[in-house]
Design a protein around this ligand. Structure first.
Ligand code: GUN
Length: 292
């Protein structure tokens, strides 16, 4: 049976370190500040945003949340982001995605000052990651957290290992592929148009599932001994828990995959907690840079 990778424990270690370093920065006169913006009432987004704001407070940060109605005019959102760009008490700005359809998410993301873009979605940060300028980039939190878990298991250098990333999103798939490449893995990005995905997945020493489809990656897609990173967070009905109840599952059919993999992240308790921990780490880095 596979080793179960305890993302919750690693995330707690990261948060503890961030909290300690934030305390030093605060004593020296700079309190890290994180602003989280949510537009509309998407229930999953509300849960994520609340936990980000709460964790920031636990780290001792100045934490502000802006909750805007779903019909907010795009120019109001632009104006809010610009105000946060100019607010010296704020070091990290996160606009929760997805945004309502009438808002051009790309325009909003590109309005965020790159030096406060703790999500790592601005072109400047995407470009730095793509060109290997990792020392000054902000790296998207979910892939960064996934890499930290991988590093614990397989070290920083993935030379000679093959990695398959299933999913090509800007938030996870593409930045994850770039990080794996920067760590010397041989990387393939697979997606819905890939031919014979199970066979390709079976070639992977490191298999990353980031597609948002519950249980899509089956046990027989996994190479024996592979490390499986399940980025999916899917809420599905769980009638066995009572009427109307739901539960979280990943993109990997966990019970099957854990019999084949060498190590695997569970859902919940794997990559999820790492995302928030890395957001705190990015915000601290931003505050340190601002403090000089
Ligand atoms: N929606 C899902 N994941 C993320 C994320 O990492 N950042 C933001 N801003 N929105 C998201």
């Amino acid at each position: 049976m596979a080793e179960i990778i305890d993302g919750k424990a690693v995330a707690a270690e990261v948060v503890e370190k961030v909290t300690a370093e934030a305390a030093e920065l605060i004593a020296a006169g700079t309190t890290p500040g994180l602003a989280v913006v949510i537009v509309g009432e998407d229930p999953a987004s509300q849960v994520y945003v609340a936990s980000k704001s709460k964790k920031a407070k636990e780290c001792g940060f100045h934490s502000v949340q802006h909750t805007l109605p779903a019909d907010t005019p795009p120019q109001d959102l632009v104006a809010l982001v610009e105000a946060l760009n100019n607010d010296p008490s704020i070091h990290g700005i996160l606009v929760q995605l997805p945004l309502p359809d009438h808002v051009d998410a790309g325009r909003i993301i590109q309005t965020i000052a790159p030096e406060k873009d703790v999500d790592g979605f601005h072109f400047i940060n995407v470009g730095k990651l793509g060109t290997g300028e990792l020392a000054t980039a902000f790296v998207p939190c979910t892939p960064a957290g996934s890499m930290l878990l991988l590093e614990r298991l397989r070290g920083k250098d993935l030379s000679g290992l093959s990695a398959v990333v299933v999913g090509r999103s800007n938030i996870v798939g593409k930045p994850m592929a770039n990080l794996l490449l920067a760590a010397n893995a041989t990387v393939t990005i697979a997606h819905s148009r890939t031919k014979d995905l199970p066979a390709l997945a079976r070639t992977a020493d490191i298999l990353v599932a980031a597609v948002g489809r519950p249980g899509m990656v089956k046990g027989d897609w996994v190479k024996p001994g592979a490390t499986v990173i399940d980025v999916g967070i899917n809420r599905i009905p769980a009638p066995e828990r009572g009427e109307g109840k739901t539960r979280l599952v990943g993109d990997v059919a966990f019970e099957e995959a854990e019999k084949v993999a060498g190590a695997i992240t569970p859902v919940p308790g794997g990559v999820g907690p790492m995302t928030i921990a890395m957001l705190m780490a990015n915000t601290l880095v931003s505050a340190c840079r601002a403090a000089g």
